[in-house]
Ligand binder design. Structure first.
Ligand code: AMP
Length: 191
């Protein structure tokens, strides 16, 4: 099963991805995690991405499509994958379609975790406090920009998949376990 977990920063995509991995035996592909690893390792990609990430802007589409294209061809993706934080622009969604077609793969589901902006500010501030600022982009100032970028560039991606009839929405304001239960209902229905 190949799916997209869609939602704004702080919606709980990473938390829910952990659960989906275990239940459906698929891997989580988080472009944010991949970029943070590249920054930590000091690779060329990391050097290009760092200042963009710290500002809460988006890394260039061609770089992102390139790393996902490499990753979904690896052996551990054979049973399926969860895309977390990708695609974030219409160009990335179109790029993903090309990648999937090349590899003879299909997308089974797009699960939107819906959370209003006000709740996201509170969550990100909590995460920043808990992780002791290990993520340079987890602060109120950058979040404001990340949310603006989300609404401008990423939210339209949902319409792209709605047209394909692929989107199911769950209420991300619920407790973690209730969100998980809703996602399970959606994904069990696709198996
Ligand atoms: P995330 O962990 O998904 O919130 O991503 C952290 C940061 O990495 C984002 O604010 C962007 O700067 C960058 N990033 C992650 N995924 C993407 C993507 N699909 N396209 C462009 N930039 C991305």
């Amino acid at each position: 099963m190949n799916l997209i977990l869609f939602g704004p920063p702080g919606a709980g995509k990473g938390t829910q991805a952990q659960f989906i991995m275990d239940r459906y035996n698929v891997v989580q592909l988080s472009t944010g995690d991949m970029l943070r690893a590249a920054v930590a390792a000091g690779t060329e990609l990391g050097r290009k991405a760092k200042s963009v990430m710290d500002a809460g802007e988006l890394v260039a589409d061609d770089l992102i499509i390139g790393i996902i294209g490499d990753r979904i061809g690896e052996a551990d993706c054979a049973n399926g994958f969860i895309l977390d934080g990708f695609p974030r622009t219409l160009a990335q969604a179109e790029g993903l379609d090309v990648l999937l077609a090349e590899k003879g793969l299909t997308l089974d589901a797009v699960v939107e975790i819906r959370v209003p902006d006000e709740a996201l500010f509170a969550r990100i501030e909590k995460r920043a406090a808990e992780t002791g600022g290990t993520r340079a982009d987890d602060n109120a100032e950058t979040l404001k920009n990340r949310l603006a970028v989300y609404h401008e560039q990423t939210a339209p991606v949902l319409g792209y998949y709605e047209k394909k009839g692929l989107v199911d929405t769950v209420d991300g304001l619920q407790g973690i376990e209730d969100v998980t239960a809703d996602i399970t209902r959606v994904l069990d229905g696709k198996r």
